[in-house]
Design a protein around this ligand. Structure first.
Ligand SMILES: Cc1cc2nc3c(=O)[nH]c(=O)nc-3n(C[C@H](O)[C@H](O)[C@H](O)COP(=O)(O)OP(=O)(O)OC[C@H]3O[C@@H](n4cnc5c(N)ncnc54)[C@H](O)[C@@H]3O)c2cc1C
Length: 354
């Protein structure tokens, strides 16, 4: 079987890149293990303003409309909505956070993302907010599970999907690439955190971070908004919420842990003792493919033109991948240069030993 691109990994990165290439008239085959997929654990929150300093994500003015358009296109194609705008209430954890936020309110470029500020302990149902809170705008969430399920079915129907673990030794490189019965002009690795084991790309400084999430069934009346109190809480169906996520750089495995569960419940309890009594109906863990500068790893191998990587979307895959997938498709097909900030060449002199 001949194809233009052999894509390894059907997470959000591999799926949205495959889509971008198919839209440009290419043939692709996507291979996935069917396990250990961070995209299927993630709740897909998009939040332009993050961290204690309320920092605006770089290039969000470009990334966000591109992501919304991309998900709308996919929704139109599959006949199901995947991305939902959902406002966020950001609860200040202390006076310092409140002060940072007040400063941001005076910056014109933050205006589209920040709403009304409540500085007193307004009685938000079920939650204590001693330092106040602010409404954040242009936040939302992507339903990654139905999106990736539809995309997998789409690839299967086009005879463009294999469930398998790609053994690197089974890839034969030449002017074209052979794997099993497939010959491809180019292989693109979209393996999430597992790329740190990839012999061609393990030189990249991956910084994987485990995250755990709980699903709770509760009786507390809550606004239909994302609540952010250091962790986030996302109502997703009547009487159910997801809370998350832990951030653990030490234990890189996909097992759920008692420690992860207790960390999430303890933080929740300090803001909402009632919610922390909720019944736990699910507990999941996954691994984010983080990078030291929080920017993706994209590009071709320094020596082997036929292999490339599209990875490193850390904790912001839902926001970043649609825009970067289009840049990467243009790079692969038309040799358009990549933005230097995400090109793996930035680590070549310091990390690549040949
Ligand atoms: C707990 C948690 C919460 C998160 N919350 C959010 C959030 O709210 N918003 C957000 O934007 N992001 C969030 N993220 C981050 C998000 O999940 C990632 O940015 C994104 O999913 C990465 O996608 P990916 O395709 O690169 O990796 P993955 O989704 O991990 O996909 C990689 C795929 O490649 C396959 N694979 C690897 N090696 C091989 C091989 N040799 N052969 C075949 N297949 C292979 C894997 O099995 C996997 O299916 C969260 C992550 C976690 C863990």
């Amino acid at each position: 079987m001949e194809t233009d691109f052999l894509i390894i990994g059907q997470g959000l990165a591999g799926s949205l890149l495959a889509w971008a290439l198919i839209q440009r008239g290419c043939k692709v085959v996507v291979v996935d293990t069917g396990k250990e997929n961070a995209s299927l654990v993630a709740v897909g929150i998009i939040n332009p303003i993050t961290g204690m300093r309320f920092a605006k994500t770089a290039d969000v003015e470009t990334l966000l409309p591109t992501a919304q358009n991309y998900y709308n296109q996919l929704s139109a194609y599959f006949g199901q909505q995947f991305y939902f705008d959902k406002p966020m209430l950001r609860i200040f954890r202390d006076q310092t956070e409140l002060a940072h936020c007040k400063k941001r309110q005076h910056q014109a470029d933050y205006a589209p993302y920040l709403g009304k500020l409540y500085t007193l302990d307004q009685s938000m149902t079920g939650f204590s907010t001693p330092f106040g809170f602010i409404e954040q705008r242009q936040t939302g969430n992507l339903l990654t599970v139905p999106l990736l399920t539809h995309m997998k079915q789409f690839f299967i129907e086009r005879h463009s999907y294999r469930q398998d673990v790609v053994d690197y030794k089974a890839i034969q490189l030449g002017s074209i690439v052979h794997w099993q019965d497939i010959t491809a002009k180019q292989v693109v690795f979209c393996e999430g955190y597992q790329a740190s084991q990839n012999p061609w790309f393990s030189w990249l400084p991956f910084q994987p971070a485990k995250g755990e999430i709980l699903t709770l069934e509760h009786q507390v009346e809550l606004p239909d908004m994302i609540l952010n109190y250091g962790n986030w809480l996302l109502p997703f169906e009547s009487g159910k919420v997801r809370i998350g996520a832990t951030f653990d750089r030490e234990n890189i495995n996909t097992q759920v842990s008692e420690q992860g569960k207790q960390t999430l419940l303890k933080t929740l309890k300090s803001y909402s003792p009632g919610m922390a009594q909720s019944r736990i109906v699910d507990h999941q863990a996954g691994i984010r493919p983080c990078t030291p500068d929080r920017l993706p790893f994209m590009g071709k191998h320094p020596r082997i033109n036929q292999i490339a990587i599209f990875n490193g979307f850390g904790a912001k895959g839902s926001l970043q991948i649609p825009w970067y997938a289009q840049r990467f498709a243009d790079y692969l097909l038309n040799h358009n240069p990549l933005p230097p900030s995400c090109d793996i060449q930035r680590f070549q002199t310091t990390h690549f030993t040949g």
